[in-house]
Design a protein. Structure first.
Ligand SMILES: *[C@@H]1O[C@H](CO)[C@@H](O)[C@H](O)[C@H]1NC(C)=O
Ligand SMILES: *[C@@H]1O[C@H](CO)[C@@H](O)[C@H](O)[C@H]1NC(C)=O
Ligand SMILES: *[C@@H]1O[C@H](CO)[C@@H](O)[C@H](O)[C@H]1NC(C)=O
Ligand SMILES: *[C@@H]1O[C@H](CO)[C@@H](O)[C@H](O)[C@H]1NC(C)=O
Length: 234
């Protein structure tokens, strides 16, 4: 935890640099800003979380849980992105209530002239939230929140190669990601589920498909707020 606090301070100062660039001048794509292009697949930490085949099944809204938590982003050179995230969030006032969130989304992104990134998801993104202390402790819901990142940079790490830093709308850094593939590994860049159908949410106690334990409804993805307002334990 101490190590991660130090890292947070380091990245926070990076965030300020990027923020200034975001606010006071247009982006200059050079070796200092991005040692390589952002296209490809990026993954944090132990790199167990990856976009593409094997993480999410959008057609039936299920996940294959990776061994460890992390985040992964992919970008194509023609404006498509995909995100896989698996994390635990702790709640300072309820330390025993560790919430697990696993999420997948994809859509179109824009690298803005001021150094920010805008992402518009397709309607088939979804996430599963496991919160042992909540009334409904395990549910799946759509996740279609547009995302805005204040800045990004790619450094060349001496041992691990290109390293992507991204800063959220409020300047909070994401866990740094390493390039795991120069060509993006992604599911098809189109809608992968009929989103006109009502979404089925599974309640915690549901072991099977017994009618009373299933609830139909659509809940707008509030996951981004949840993720960014709690302490990341990556
Ligand atoms: C940067 O550009 C994006 C897209 O044009 C815009 O939405 C955002 O407000 C801009 N940020 C700043 C700090 O001006
Ligand atoms: C930096 O990023 C831009 C936009 O993706 C790309 O066009 C450029 O080639 C990148 N720079 C290098 C050194 O790869
Ligand atoms: C969901 O789809 C995946 C991929 O087709 C399949 O392997 C899995 O068994 C399905 N799960 C359920 C619960 O239907
Ligand atoms: C933390 O737990 C308290 C008490 O259960 C709750 O009111 C609060 O909304 C939680 N905070 C977050 C960020 O989940």
């Amino acid at each position: 935890m101490l190590f991660s606090s130090i890292l947070t301070v380091v990245f926070a100062s990076l965030a300020r640099t990027t923020l200034a660039q975001d606010q006071f001048g247009n982006i200059v794509y050079d070796a200092i800003h991005n040692a390589t292009a952002i296209t490809g697949t990026w993954s944090s930490g132990s790199k167990a979380v990856r976009t593409g085949q094997g993480f999410a099944n959008p057609a039936n809204m299920t996940f294959n849980y990776p061994k460890t938590t992390g985040i992964s982003y992919s970008f194509t050179d023609d404006g498509f992105y995909e995100i896989s995230r698996y994390r635990f969030n702790s709640n300072g006032s309820e330390p025993t209530c560790i919430t697990g969130v696993i999420a997948w989304s994809h859509g179109k992104y824009t690298l803005n002239a001021n150094g920010s990134i805008s992402m518009s998801p397709f309607e088939d993104g979804f996430q599963q939230v496991q919160d042992p202390c909540a009334a409904i402790s395990n549910f799946i819901e759509p996740f279609t929140t547009p995302e805005y990142y204040k800045g990004w940079r790619i450094f060349m790490d001496a041992s691990q190669g290109p390293k992507l830093h991204m800063f959220q709308f409020d300047g909070t850094p994401l866990a740094p990601m390493f390039q795991v593939s120069v060509t993006p590994n992604m599911l098809p860049t189109q809608l992968l589920r009929n989103t006109d159908e009502p979404v089925i949410q599974r309640r915690s106690s549901a072991q099977g498909t017994s009618g009373s334990q299933w609830k139909a409804g659509v809940v707008a993805g509030a996951g981004l707020a949840l993720i960014s307002s709690t302490i990341s334990m990556l």
